[in-house]
Design a protein around this ligand. Structure first.
Ligand code: FBP
Length: 552
């Protein structure tokens, strides 16, 4: 196989590990834990895995004497840079426990466990994947492991392969399910441990014990490079406003971090929109006013960052989407009727006729392109697929109309030329930054230590991440500790609390303090491409979010 020069050189990179993981490891039990909320309910639902202590690893001289252990690994959900290094960390860790240990990968995500599709990951096979982006080593998928029948089916193959532990690499939902699985196997005395690793470029799986989910660092660095390049182009040509939508299904961490790295003119934050209950009209006014002010200074160009999940945070749109989710639910009568229209305009008229008066008003005010995107097929969970809605174009259209009004009132003197972009897939499989390469390898290695000491229902935790890797603190956090009860599909369920952008947190406050200046002046930063070799302050820098959050 031919590989690029960068891949060849990068294959030689040895990820850095925290001091405590470099030799034999001693596990230190911390205090017993409680869930973040709804303690009584969560305790009742997880009698075997609730209240376990936090675990910290320390270096020791006494080498552990562990027999061979067979481990299974699953990649779950969207790709995130560094997944291959988590697997490398698990592999090297279990081989260190015992050279006869084996690692099996379940293929195509959680479905691979249920359908018994797997492969052994050998040292030779793994070599080509170390320090590379992507999840192609074993593939990923979005099948949810929720049903006992799936757990039992999974157990059959785990027994057949003599697998003692399963590592699930996923986001909040996948790790919630990992914990349910851990509890189920523990209750059954099945002899299978389940350990989770925190993944998602969205950055919304984080808390006191999980400082960041892996992949966020690399993905945002890729987007920030592209935004910086566009800013330089905008500032050179001086004729376009670039509206850039950034991935992140619901939280705005990606957009916020990209803004901190590049200092664009406009940054929308969904959580702020929801907190202020802003209407689409108010958001459009905010953007149009900045554009008009810049135009008054002769600057008919700029860059606006728009989070992917925005529409679901605008109260009127949220209500509309919720109604559409019900009305167009798969198999419903109204869905069948809607699908029978071949003429798009007739289809829209039908949808408008079955919506509530409030929602019909919002729906009818949308450009038809966007109205059509809102009625596209739902995802497997019945939700609208936000990544398919061109929010950047919706806002572009609406801002254009608003600027025309301002012009008629003599309040706008400029020209408004637009370019639209959506950055998401560009960053999800990039070659992991040094941070993600090290962090992921450490998370995987941590999982192997948890496995070696018989733990289940834990997530790998690596903290103190703004310090050099040597000083990172590795350990385990009981997944039940991160849980609360939330309504899902009409029922209260135990789930890991999703971390949205906190408006009183340091990263958002930094944006809020600076955005007026960035709006009017041209204060662009150009981060450039991820660097893998060179000065540490360039190559090993963490996200601004982490730096601000950890600045005590
Ligand atoms: P995960 O939460 O599973 O990591 O996925 C995140 C994400 O990249 C979102 O940012 C985006 O909305 C979604 O996946 C896109 O999904 P798909 O890959 O199915 O198009």
């Amino acid at each position: 196989m031919t590989i690029s020069a960068l891949q060849q050189a990068r294959a030689q990179y040895q990820p850095k590990l925290p001091k405590s993981l470099k030799g034999a490891v001693k596990i230190v039990d911390g205090a017993a834990t409680e869930s973040v909320a709804d303690q009584a309910e969560i305790k009742e639902l997880f009698p075997n895995t609730y209240g376990m202590p936090l675990l910290t690893f320390e270096a020791t001289d006494a080498a552990a004497n562990v027999g061979p252990v067979n481990v299974g690994v699953i990649l779950s959900g969207g790709q995130a840079p560094g997944g291959h290094n988590v697997i490398s960390g698990i592999f090297d860790g279990i081989k260190k426990l015992n050279a006869d240990s084996k690692l099996y990968g379940f293929l195509g995500g959680p479905g691979g466990l249920v359908d018994h599709k797997y492969m052994e990951i050998t040292a030779e096979y793994l070599e080509g994947y170390r320090n590379t982006g992507g999840f192609d080593i074993i593939g990923s998928g979005r099948t949810k492991l929720e049903e006992e029948a799936q757990f039992d089916k999974g157990l059959e193959i785990l027994k057949e392969l003599n697998i003692k532990a399963l590592v699930i690499i996923g986001g909040d939902d996948s790790n919630t399910n990992a914990c349910v699985l851990a509890e189920y196997y523990a209750a059954k005395n099945a002899g299978v441990q389940v350990v989770g690793c925190p993944k998602t470029i969205d950055g919304d799986l984080k808390n006191e014990m999980i400082e960041t989910s892996f992949g966020f660092d690399t993905a945002v660095k890729v987007y920030s490079e592209l935004i910086g390049n566009i800013q330089r182009d905008a500032n050179s040509a001086k004729k376009y406003w670039h509206f850039i939508k950034l991935m992140g299904r619901s939280a705005s961490h990606i957009g916020l971090e990209a803004a901190l790295q590049t200092q664009p003119n406009i940054t929308l934050v969904s959580e702020e929109v929801a907190a202020k209950k802003q209407t689409l009209g108010e958001i459009v006014d905010y953007m149009a006013n900045i554009i008009a002010k810049r135009a008054a200074n002769g600057n008919n160009f700029g860059v606006a960052l728009i989070p992917e999940g925005l529409v679901e945070f605008v109260p009127e749109m949220k209500a509309l989407i919720a109604e559409l989710n019900d009305l167009l639910a798969e198999g419903s009568e109204s869905e069948a009727k809607f699908k029978s229209y071949t003429d798009k305009a007739e289809g829209r008229a039908f949808v408008s006729s079955i919506l509530s008066a409030e929602s019909a008003k919002v729906y009818n005010s949308l450009p038809s392109l966007i109205a059509d995107q809102l009625t596209l097929d739902r995802d497997p969970h019945g939700n609208v697929q936000v990544s398919l809605i061109e929010t950047e174009k919706l806002l572009g259209e609406m801002v254009k109309t608003r600027l025309a009004e301002l012009k008629a009132e003599g309040k706008y003197v400029g020209k408004f030329g637009t370019q639209f972009h959506f950055f998401g897939y560009e960053g999800r499989c990039a070659a992991p930054s040094n941070f993600d390469a090290d962090y992921c390898y450490s998370l995987g290695y941590t999982a192997s230590v948890l496995i070696g000491s018989g733990k289940t229902g834990y997530m790998s935790s690596v903290r103190n991440t703004t310090a050099p890797a040597d000083e990172w603190i590795a350990g385990g956090v009981p997944v039940t500790m991160m849980m609360n009860m939330e309504k899902r599909h009409g029922h209260m369920k135990p789930v890991i609390q999703k971390a949205l952008v906190e408006l009183d947190g340091a990263p958002f406050k930094y944006l809020a303090e600076n955005r007026e200046k960035w709006a009017i002046e041209t204060s662009y930063l150009y981060p450039g491409p991820i660097q893998y070799w060179g000065p540490s302050e360039v190559c090993d820098r963490t996200t601004v979010t982490l730096q601000l959050e950890q600045k005590k």
